[in-house]
Design a protein around this ligand. Structure first.
Ligand SMILES: NC(=O)c1ccc[n+]([C@@H]2O[C@H](COP(=O)([O-])OP(=O)(O)OC[C@H]3O[C@@H](n4cnc5c(N)ncnc54)[C@H](OP(=O)(O)O)[C@@H]3O)[C@@H](O)[C@H]2O)c1
Length: 331
């Protein structure tokens, strides 16, 4: 069996380029005792990938030069020497950007294509869904009646954040790029308002749509957007630092938030988090999310691009906003 895989060839400076990746074909290999071999069907593309290929200390080790690019994936077991996994099982885990994956089963969960289409396990029922759920409810300490502002609002995490906030009885304003994404938020997802940051100045728009200020700001973007949100906090507001995609390709260090003294004046807090810290509680979150999906109160879309070889170009869609929902490669 021949494996096609994407390796990190060199560390990107700024936006990743084709030359930073190497696509190669090699023997897929055989699973050793305790391992299984799986055919990867879908691969998750995440903004975090940009951080994983940087040198230096982070919340996970950097992907090494010459290593298979790290990625979440959904796969079907085709050979198994691990008693926990049978041929035909569908599994989700850190498959890497490759066609065949050998795993010892650690941190791998079984998924059921009868319960949800497989791509959903990389989106709303996977890491981005968990990020939205725990980031908003735990880190953001959401309360009914809160005014919630979320950036990256039409994306995999942001769209779920806004809908959970609506389910919990909040007023929700989303920030997204472009008219289509904004009308998706207010028309289909039930957001109370949407701000197109690409066509309107952010500060007056946030002031207009959050006239009483913001109780929870869920930040996916960082930079100027975070500054504007800080300038509109209410008393005891919570600022959730989920991500800062506007900063990931910068070649200079990110500037500090200008308006941080708003935290002091408003007795507010700002807290970052990593979704993996909540892994022990994913199953209860998935139960809630599945119920909301069944009740028609939570929806999610996936943006699926075909072909493993498209990885270098498809990844860039995250950084110019071409993805409409959770970005996934169908292998
Ligand atoms: N803390 C955690 O554990 C954790 C876990 C998962 C994800 N995250 C973070 O959550 C955020 C969203 O991830 P996702 O998977 O849901 O991605 P996504 O929102 O589906 O896709 C990224 C979106 O970011 C927006 N964007 C790109 N460059 C931007 C810029 N310079 N300024 C403003 N917006 C920009 C684009 O939307 P527009 O068209 O609207 O510009 C793009 O569609 C990322 O920051 C990611 O790192 C954190």
């Amino acid at each position: 069996m021949i494996n096609t895989r994407v390796l990190l060839a060199s560390r990107p400076v700024g936006l990743p380029k084709n030359e930073n990746w190497k696509i190669e074909t090699v023997e897929a290999g055989q699973p050793a005792e305790g391992e299984f071999l799986a055919e990867v069907l879908y691969i998750s593309l995440d903004p975090a990938m940009r951080g994983w290929v940087n040198e230096g200390k982070s919340y996970v080790d950097a992907v090494g030069i010459g290593e298979v690019m790290r990625a979440g994936g959904v796969a079907r077991v085709i050979e198994s020497s691990n008693p926990g996994f049978a041929v035909g099982d569908y599994v989700a885990g850190s498959s890497g950007v490759q066609k065949y994956w050998i795993s010892n089963g650690r941190d791998v969960r079984k998924v059921d294509p009868e319960l949800a289409p497989l791509p959903k396990y990389l989106g709303v029922l996977g890491m981005p869904g968990m990020t939205a759920y725990f980031g908003l409810l735990e880190v953001g300490e959401l309360k009914a009646g809160d005014t919630v502002l979320v950036s990256g609002a039409a994306g995999a995490v942001g769209a779920i954040v806004g809908q959970i906030a609506k389910i919990k009885g909040c007023r929700v304003v989303g920030i997204a790029g472009g008219e289509d994404k904004c009308s998706y938020l207010t028309g289909e997802l039930g957001f109370d308002a949407a701000i197109d940051y690409k066509s309107e100045p952010l500060y007056p728009a946030v002031k207009k749509h959050c006239p009483e200020g913001i109780d929870v700001y869920f930040d996916n973007v960082g930079g100027e957007t975070l500054d504007v949100a800080l300038a509109h906090l209410r008393l005891n507001a919570r600022v959730v630092i989920c991500g800062a995609i506007s900063q990931y390709n910068k070649t200079t260090a990110p500037g500090g938030p200008k308006n941080y003294l708003s935290l002091l004046v408003n007795r507010a807090k700002m807290e970052g988090f990593i979704v993996f810290d909540f892994a022990a509680r994913y199953s209860s979150a998935i139960r809630d999310m599945s119920r909301w999906i069944d009740e028609g109160r939570l929806q999610a879309r996936e943006h699926i691009v075909e072909g493993l070889e498209t990885f270098p170009e498809t990844l860039l869609m995250l950084f110019d906003g071409r993805n409409q929902g959770k970005l996934i490669i169908k292998v």
